[in-house]
Design a protein around this ligand. Structure first.
Ligand code: FDA
Length: 497
């Protein structure tokens, strides 16, 4: 409520925010969680909470009047369409050199992501989070995160036989024919549910194209894992459609947080303040970075250090499609949930998810989202003229990632006698180099914060989300974000409360 005083306030309800709220509440601390997106707990006129990926309506995008699909084109035709402006679930946030896709709502990115739940290889961990004790992570916090998120892999016998994963079997065969290891990728999708979808005994979700704008069934987003546990504590209040804009030291200690209440059209309907003893920034890499950079530059939190806003990376995301030979169809029926990848990290700096292209027709296309070791890092800065935070990433900075992905796909094309598709990201454009799904960094652990996420200069302020991770995780990031949050909150509860 307006004017309230709370022991802990959490900004954002994605992985980092959910871990923080749950563990604080279990330790007896009352928590106020602020989330700018909707609750996503009420069905629309069609009886569904989320709209179908093939038919985006107002629920699809965050405050846009036209969709901005990651694949802008298909068979040369643009596919975007007009929609009513609404607080939809997927934000395509545009900076000058990159579009950053993010989830909006209670559950954050878990509402829109592919659920690929990958723990990095142990030998790569030192390069991901160099100041973190790897033994503790692999013995305690990665297992805790995997259990809390409900991570599992596809049943091998079903993988080998189902039509829905023909695209992945083609991906495996071609990877292996070129000498690359194919690895199964765990996911938080309920694989038993998916088998029931295929058998016709459960309402289809992953097998009906649902993913990018939310899954109505089957996917264990945070709404099915951490958030019910949070509700069961009785100590956490969640305020959806509320956006934090300001955090300043309060005269009697703690911090005064200014919060805008939003309408579903994105207008501000009320402005409230809450004073919190401790504030956790869990607004995601971009959200946390934007807040911290603005608050430092405008003098609200002047003692934040010069590392705030730095060390931002795209997890090396690049996308590409290949056109297969006529004898290698990838299937008209494709599950939206990837289940395997091609690992060329050690030799080539690329880990490629074999992704579906669920169009409902045979396309003979193989499609991949690669995570690469792209070393480029960008910085968020405050522009006092526009009063906005900018990111200096340039599209050309994707080139090292493209070169790394080519170590896999040039070889596969040579082996198979095939070519890249040029119709997915524009006309005659091969590489999807305009976006990331995996923003990381901006409040890097051990730089903008201490080794547990305590922000420098202002006691009682913490970063506890993807902003802590310096730009790359070698695999999909949310398991690492969750595990790091579990590690940090345990220390913070033990020493700061
Ligand atoms: P996250 O972004 O989850 O949560 C931040 C929350 O804070 C959001 O709900 C936001 O609305 C809210 N917020 C922001 N600013 C605020 C403010 N000022 N006031 C109040 N609230 C505010 N990863 C993976 O491991 N496997 C995968 O398969 C995929 N696939 C994938 C697909 C797509 C389409 C996307 C967009 C992303 C993925 N990801 C993924 C990435 C993954 O979802 C992402 O890394 C995590 O959600 C990040 O977790 P965080 O806790 O850092 O923030």
């Amino acid at each position: 409520a307006d004017g309230a005083r709370v022991p802990a306030l959490v900004i954002g309800s994605g992985y980092g925010g959910s871990v923080a709220a749950l563990r604080l509440a279990q330790a007896g601390v009352d928590v106020q969680m602020i989330e700018m997106g909707m609750a996503w707990d009420t069905p629309g006129a069609d009886g569904k909470i989320f709209c179908a990926t093939p038919n985006p309506d107002q629920r699809s995008f965050w405050l846009r009047t036209r969709t901005k699909q990651p694949f802008s084109n298909f068979l040369g035709f643009p596919i975007d369409k007009d929609i009513p402006r609404y607080t939809g679930v997927l934000d395509a946030e545009e900076f000058s050199g990159i579009t950053v896709y993010q989830g909006r709502g209670v559950g954050g990115g878990s509402l829109v992501n592919g659920g690929m739940a990958v723990t990095p290889k142990r030998e790569n961990f030192g390069a991901i989070l160099p100041t973190v004790n790897a033994d503790e992570m692999y013995n305690v916090y990665y297992p805790r995160a995997n259990a809390g998120l409900g991570v599992a892999s596809i049943r091998p016998a079903w993988f080998e036989t189902t039509d829905w994963y023909q695209f992945a079997r083609v991906g495996r065969k071609q990877a292996q024919r070129s000498g690359f290891p194919f690895v199964f990728v765990p996911d938080v999708y309920d694989w038993n549910y998916m088998e029931q979808e295929a058998a016709g005994t459960a309402t289809k979700s992953a097998l009906a194209g649902e993913i990018l704008f939310g899954n109505n069934y089957g996917k264990k987003s945070l709404q099915k894992t951490y958030l019910p546990q949070i509700a069961a504590t009785g100590r956490v209040t969640i305020s959806p459609l509320h956006r934090v804009t300001q955090v300043v030291p309060a005269s009697g200690g703690g911090y005064t947080v200014t919060i805008e209440q939003l309408t579903t059209a994105g207008a501000v309907s009320a402005i409230k303040t809450v004073t919190a003893d401790k504030v956790f920034f869990a607004a995601g890499s971009v959200g946390t970075s934007k807040l911290l950079v603005k608050l430092k530059a405008t003098g609200a939190l002047p003692n934040l250090n010069g590392e705030v806003g730095k060390g931002w990376g795209d997890n090396g995301n690049v996308m590409v499609g290949r056109a297969n030979q006529i004898w290698d169809p990838t299937g008209a029926s494709q599950s939206t949930i990837p289940c395997g990848g091609i690992d060329n990290w050690a030799a080539g700096g690329a880990f490629a998810e074999v992704a579906p292209l669920p169009t409902g027709i045979e396309t003979w296309a193989s499609f991949y989202l690669s995570i690469t070791k792209n070393p480029n890092r960008a910085q968020f800065t405050w522009n006092p003229t526009t009063r906005a935070v900018e990111l200096n990433w340039q599209t050309a900075w994707k080139q090292p990632g493209i070169d790394m992905a080519k170590t896999i796909f040039d070889k596969i094309n040579a082996t198979e006698g095939t070519i890249y598709r040029t119709d997915l990201f524009g006309t005659y454009k091969t590489w999807g180099d305009h976006l990331t799904y995996h923003p990381l960094g901006g409040a890097v652990l051990g730089k903008a914060t201490d080794n547990y996420g305590r922000l420098a200069g202002h006691p009682g302020l913490y970063a506890i989300d993807g902003s802590l991770i310096p730009g790359n995780t070698s695999v999909n990031p949310f398991v690492t974000i969750t595990a790091l949050a579990e590690r940090n909150i345990e220390k913070i509860i033990a020493t700061d409360f």
